[in-house]
Design a protein around this ligand. Structure first.
Ligand code: SF4
Length: 711
């Protein structure tokens, strides 16, 4: 029997059909006729989607709980009851000895919304702890913070992705969607066939830049200065939409004054982008009736990520774009459920429905749904990196958490300053990891719990457009494997937690609908049946009784989400990256993704049909000449935090002052900087200062091989 579902990986959430063929599972692309205008309906998948069933029956799949004996070393299999009893006993003992915040939870942007919701509830109700955050904090939290400030609402795209095709000028800032979500690139092609223009801003001339009419390669970490310069020129050209600005926004006068000094030659000195190119970009935007500006990780994963996004939103507002048809500002989310994961309580400062945890009315509403006293709910916890940085610490100001439960995240590979984070994990009294395979993080755990993967369970996801879609169970999980929802319920019951702890996704979604009702991310009018019938429903979608709310594909047409209905211009200042090149670290390092791998690679590195050549160091021939390297030669990259070894990949498509390393393998994040954005707490993954040398001239560090992988 064929099951209609969606890809397990990125935020596009392409539709696919899974069919059982004996013991194997066949993947097919799926057109979804109920929703013909959806970008996820056209029957396209990238190679990751086509090969997604490769983990089914994989020999590294864990099918029994595993306990590690730290003193003796090695693992032994355990029953589920033994493993859950042990975890619950130790969580209880730690709490009694050190207080509720000694137990912490770390989630993931790939978890279904039901799991994210249950994790938030479990942490606050069963553990009584404020210490929960998730790896989505490292994905688009800067765009989320900026969206909340400027528009009063954070939804990655405020319009369907296919609207791209109808715009006149599309500016992509720090996005390589042709490689990260290839089916989305066809919208760029159609836009250009219509005569529209594409601008790509990226230090690398990527596969996406190949599709651009104008490709701009700024110095990493200077996108903010570029935006200030664009707005300066737009104002000088009289291109500001004065009527729109007066009627629909506040704060323009201050922003106008703040960009007055960002003349093109100053921007050129900071960004390395020639003044003539900046003028070309401003001319394109000034001459367009409709334009779209989309940011992604390149612009957002910076110490000034929030300010950078706000600067580009200022450009969009000045041109009168947000709320206009086929125009506006949006963020291209990365992880499969990066959007839904942060709407319903997995984030340190949020409760379901995108409610803020320190808002008394929000606490009362959610506590009412959960059947607990609002005063029993803890307050705001630490952000993702700050949580990891505090693990196992002891200080006069208070100790950090002594236990961590990890769901859907491979921290050892994906966290910035990864060696330090690994040390913090090793300092814990108890580390529990739920995963499919013995990931690099699971390999450090005291208890590993084997959990279901996407085709073995149902649940909702919210894709990059704010479209709530349904992943359907297609196959029976291997014997011995349980859902994360079973783990949460099993522990909550053992801990004697109040409230109810269903393990059925649809029942949990029904509770989530009630918890979200009246919030910014209102899902109360969405049901599994509606999602199936309509191939997805856009939030906000309140429950309006017999006359069903249609969902909200496009936002901000009439008003923004601030109480006065107006968007906010926000004045921002360029400070620059936390590290500039120096004599010891003379080049910029930036990190990113490759076509055939996804996130930390825990899944995709184990799929034999996907290329797994390991990490590489991409550098320009001029830099290669300077250090005497040839293509394929082993290099050592060093930053103030760590070092890694990988072969050179010499290309003309990167700036000569910059090197690039993909982060799907252990290595890249040993190097990255843990400097945090002051508002979003996003680490500066995208830029730091580095030194590149021939490996033969340096005492070799450990090769950048995955710890737990066998390939
Ligand atoms: Fe899956 Fe993303 Fe590829 Fe679509 S683009 S098939 S959602 S990885």
């Amino acid at each position: 029997m064929a099951t209609a579902t969606h890809c397990p990986y990125c935020s596009l959430q392409c539709g696919m059909t899974l069919t059982r063929q004996g013991r194997s599972l066949e993947v097919d692309a799926r057109a979804m006729p109920a929703n013909p205008h959806s970008p996820i309906t056209e029957g396209a998948l990238c190679r990751k989607g086509w090969t997604a069933a490769g983990l089914r029956g994989h020999r590294e799949r864990i099918t029994t709980p595993m306990l590690r004996d730290r003193d003796v070393g090695g693992w032994r299999a355990a029953s589920w009851d033994e493993a859950l009893d042990l975890i619950a006993d130790r969580l209880r003992a730690l709490r009694e000895a050190h207080g509720p915040d000694t137990n912490a939870v770390f989630g993931g942007g790939g978890l279904t919304t039901e799991k994210a919701y249950q994790l938030g509830k479990f942490t606050r109700v069963a553990l009584g702890s404020s210490q929960i955050d998730y790896n989505g904090r490292w994905c688009m939290s800067s765009a989320a913070t900026a969206g909340n400030r400027a528009f009063g609402l954070d939804r990655g795209l405020p319009f369907p992705l296919a609207d791209i095709e109808g715009t006149d000028v599309l500016v992509l800032v720090g996005s390589n969607l042709a490689e990260t979500m290839p089916p989305a690139a066809r919208h760029l092609d159609r836009l250009r066939e219509r005569g529209g223009r594409v601008v790509v801003i990226d230090p690398r001339h990527t596969a996406t830049a190949e599709r651009a009419d104008l490709a701009i390669q700024p110095v990493p970490g200077t996108d903010l200065a570029l935006a200030l310069g664009v707005l300066h020129l737009l104002d000088a050209r009289g291109a500001v939409a004065e009527e729109y600005v007066a009627a629909r926004t506040t704060g323009w006068d201050d922003v106008r004054a703040s960009v007055a000094g960002w003349w093109p030659e100053r921007v050129e000195r900071v960004t390395g982008v020639e003044a003539t190119v900046l003028r070309e970009l401003a001319d394109l935007l000034a001459g367009a009736d409709r334009a779209m500006i989309l940011t992604a990780r390149g612009a957002e994963q910076q110490r000034q990520g929030t300010a950078t996004v706000l600067a580009w939103i200022n450009v969009a507002l000045a041109l009168g774009l947000p709320g206009k048809e086929y125009a506006g500002y949006g963020c291209l989310t990365g992880q499969g459920n990066g959007q839904g994961g942060r709407e319903h309580g997995q984030k340190a400062d949020q409760l379901p429905g995108y409610r803020m945890i320190e808002d008394p009315a929000a606490r009362a509403h959610v506590a009412g749904v959960w059947g607990v006293d609002p005063d029993s709910l803890p307050g705001k916890g630490r952000s993702a990196y700050e949580l990891l940085d505090a693990l196992g610490t002891r200080s006069e100001d208070g100790d950090g958490p002594r236990s961590l439960l990890v769901f859907g995240s491979n921290i050892v590979v994906s966290a910035p300053r990864a060696e330090h984070v690994t040390e913090r994990l090793e300092a814990l009294d108890l580390l529990v990891v739920c995963d499919l395979v013995m990931s690099e993080t699971a390999a450090l755990a005291d208890v590993v719990l084997p959990v279901t993967q996407w085709a073995e369970e149902s649940g909702t996801m919210t894709n990059l457009e704010g479209r709530v879609i349904l992943r359907e169970r297609a196959i029976t999980p291997p014997e011995g494997v349980r859902s994360d929802l079973d783990v949460i319920a099993g522990l909550a019951t053992r801990l004697g937690a109040p409230s109810t702890w269903s393990t059925e996704p649809e029942e949990i979604f029904t509770e989530l609908r009630a918890a979200s009702a009246g919030g910014l991310a209102d899902y109360s009018g969405i049901t599994y049946d509606r999602i199936r019938a309509e191939d997805g429903v856009f939030w906000p979608c309140p429950d309006t009784g017999a006359e069903a709310h249609p969902g909200t594909p496009r936002l901000f047409g009439e008003r923004f989400a601030h109480p006065d209905g107006r968007a906010r211009f926000k004045t921002v200042e360029y400070v620059g990256p936390a590290e500039e090149p120096s004599a010891d670290y003379p080049v910029h390092l930036t990190t990113g993704r490759v076509l055939g791998q996804y996130q930390s690679g825990a899944q995709t590195r184990r799929i034999k049909e996907l290329p797994d050549d390991g990490p590489f160091v991409e550098l320009h021939p001029l830099l290669a000449d300077r250090i005497g390297a040839v293509d394929g030669e082993a290099l050592i990259v060093t930053t103030r935090r760590g070092t890694m070894r990988a072969p050179a990949r010499v290309v003309r498509t990167i700036r000569p002052d910059t090197v690039f390393v993909p982060f799907h393998w252990v290595g890249a994040n040993r190097l990255t900087n843990d400097a945090l954005d002051p508002s979003s707490r996003m680490p500066e993954f995208k830029v730091c200062a580095a030194r590149v040398e021939l490996a033969v001239e340096v005492a070799a560090p450990a090769p950048a091989q995955p710890v737990g992988a066998t390939r």
